[in-house]
Design a protein. Structure first.
Length: 399
C-alpha cells in the first residue's frame, strides 16, 4: 500500500514538473547580438525554463509552496479582482502598475497577460508597462523583444519604453546598451539615439544625455545634440546654456547653443534672448538671436515687441528684428516700426519692402501713403513695390 501511494505520488509529481517546465518556456525571440551587455536579472531564455523546472525538486518544494506559490495565487487573485472592476483610468493604471511589478520576475507571464487584453488601447498601455518593468531587471532581453517587432513605429515606441526602464535602474548600463543598439542599426541610429536621450532627460540625467549626444558621428551628432540640449533647457535652461557655452569645439558648441533655443523659448523666452544677446559678437550670435526672437514673438508677441522697441539700437539684433518683423502674425504697422529701426541699410530696405507687401493686402490705402513718404527703401526695392501697387491698380509704373 505504501509503495503504491509512493508510486502514485511520484507520477503526479512528475506530471506537475512537466507542466511547470512546459509553460515556463518563453516565446521565440528574434536573436540580437547583445552579448557584450551583462544581463542583470531574470532572463527569458531556455535557462529560465530550467530554473522553473528546478523548483520541482523535492528539496525546494516546501520553500516554493510557502514563499512562491502563495504569492502567485495572491497575485493572480489581485489581477482578477482588478479586471472585474469597471473600466476607468484609475483601474487601468493599477493594472499597469501590477504588470510592471510582475514583469521584474516573470516577464513572459506579464507580457502574456497584456497581450490577452481585448481592448487595444489598454493592451498597449499594459504592454508598455510590462516592458518597462522587464527592462529594469533584464535590459538585454527586453531590448531583444522591442527590436523584434516588425512595425517600425511600434518598435521605436517599445524601445523608448525599454530605455526608460533601463535608465531608471542603471543609466550607465542603458548607455552601453544604447551604444551597441545604435551601432547595430545604423539606418535607425538617429531615432534610436534620440529615444535614449529622452529617457535620460526624463530621469534627470541631463549631463549624461549631453555627453552621449556629443559622441555621435557626422550623421547623428546634429540631431542628438539638438535633442539633448533642447530637452535639458526645458527643465534647467541656465545650466544647459552654461554647459553649451563651455564646449571647446566650435561646431559642437554651435549645435548645443542652437539646441537650447527650442526648450528655453518655451520656459523663459525673455531670458533666452538676453542670454543670446550677451554672447560674443559673431555670425552664430546673429543666427541664434533671430531664432530666439522669432520663438519669443510667437509665444508672447506683446513682450517681444516691447523688448525689440527698447533694444533696437543694437546692430547685432538686425537679423533677428528682420525675422520677427516679417512674421505673418505681426500687424504691419507694428512690423514697420521694427523694420525702420534696422541699422543695416540693405536689410532695412528689404524688410520694409516685405512688410509693405503684406500691408498692401491688409490695408492698401495706408500702405500706399507710407510708401509715398518713406525714405527707407533703396531704388531696387522701391521699384518692385511701385510695380506691385501699379499692377493692383491696373496701371503701369510709367503712368
Amino acid at each position: 500500500m505504501h509503495r503504491l501511494a509512493a508510486l502514485s505520488g511520484g507520477i503526479l509529481f512528475g506530471i506537475s514538473c512537466f507542466f511547470v517546465g512546459r509553460f515556463s518556456v518563453p516565446p521565440k525571440r528574434v536573436p540580437v547580438n547583445l552579448s557584450a551587455i551583462p544581463v542583470t536579472a531574470v532572463s527569458t531564455t531556455p535557462a529560465h525554463a530550467n530554473e522553473a523546472q528546478k523548483t520541482c525538486a523535492p528539496a525546494a518544494t516546501e520553500t516554493n509552496l510557502q514563499m512562491g506559490q502563495t504569492a502567485n495565487d495572491s497575485s493572480e487573485n489581485k489581477w482578477s479582482d482588478l479586471l472585474s472592476l469597471p473600466g476607468s483610468p484609475a483601474r487601468n493604471s493599477q493594472l499597469a502598475a501590477w504588470l510592471e511589478k510582475l514583469a521584474a520576475t516573470d516577464p513572459d507571464r506579464a507580457m502574456a497577460l497584456a497581450a490577452a487584453e481585448s481592448n487595444l488601447t489598454l493592451r498597449e498601455q499594459l504592454t508598455q508597462a510590462a516592458l518597462h518593468g522587464w527592462a529594469r531587471t533584464s535590459p538585454s532581453n527586453a531590448v531583444q523583444w522591442a527590436l523584434s517587432l516588425p512595425n517600425a513605429a511600434k518598435r521605436e515606441t517599445a524601445l523608448s519604453t525599454a530605455f526608460a526602464g533601463m535608465v531608471a535602474a542603471d543609466p550607465d548600463t542603458a548607455l552601453r546598451l544604447g551604444s551597441q543598439i545604435v551601432a547595430q542599426n545604423p539606418d535607425d541610429a538617429v531615432g534610436y539615439g534620440s529615444r535614449l536621450i529622452d529617457a535620460l532627460i526624463d530621469n534627470g540625467n541631463f549631463q549624461k544625455a549631453a555627453q552621449w549626444a556629443s559622441s555621435g558621428d557626422a550623421q547623428t551628432q546634429s540631431s542628438w545634440m539638438a535633442e539633448a540640449y533642447s530637452r535639458w533647457a526645458e527643465f534647467q535652461p541656465e545650466q544647459a546654456a552654461k554647459a553649451a557655452s563651455g564646449i571647446s569645439d566650435s561646431v559642437e558648441r554651435n549645435l548645443a547653443l542652437h539646441g537650447i533655443i527650442g526648450g528655453w523659448a518655451q520656459a523663459d523666452p525673455a531670458a533666452l534672448v538676453q542670454f543670446v544677446t550677451d554672447l560674443p559678437a559673431n555670425a552664430d550670435r546673429a543666427s541664434l538671436l533671430s531664432q530666439s526672437l522669432e520663438r519669443w514673438a510667437r509665444e508672447d508677441p506683446a513682450s517681444a515687441a516691447q523688448w525689440i522697441s527698447d533694444n533696437q539700437a543694437n546692430p547685432a539684433m538686425d537679423q533677428g528684428i528682420a525675422v520677427v518683423a516679417t512674421l505673418d502674425s505681426v500687424p504691419p504697422n507694428v512690423a514697420m516700426t521694427w523694420a525702420e529701426g534696422i541699422a543695416n541699410p540693405q536689410l532695412r530696405s528689404e524688410t520694409v519692402a516685405t512688410v509693405l507687401r503684406n500691408w498692401l493686402t491688409a490695408d492698401k490705402s495706408t500702405a500706399e501713403n507710407y510708401f509715398a513718404a518713406t525714405k527707407n527703401l533703396l531704388p531696387d526695392d522701391r521699384q518692385q513695390i511701385a510695380e506691385l501697387i501699379a499692377a493692383r491698380s491696373g496701371q503701369t509704373v510709367s503712368q
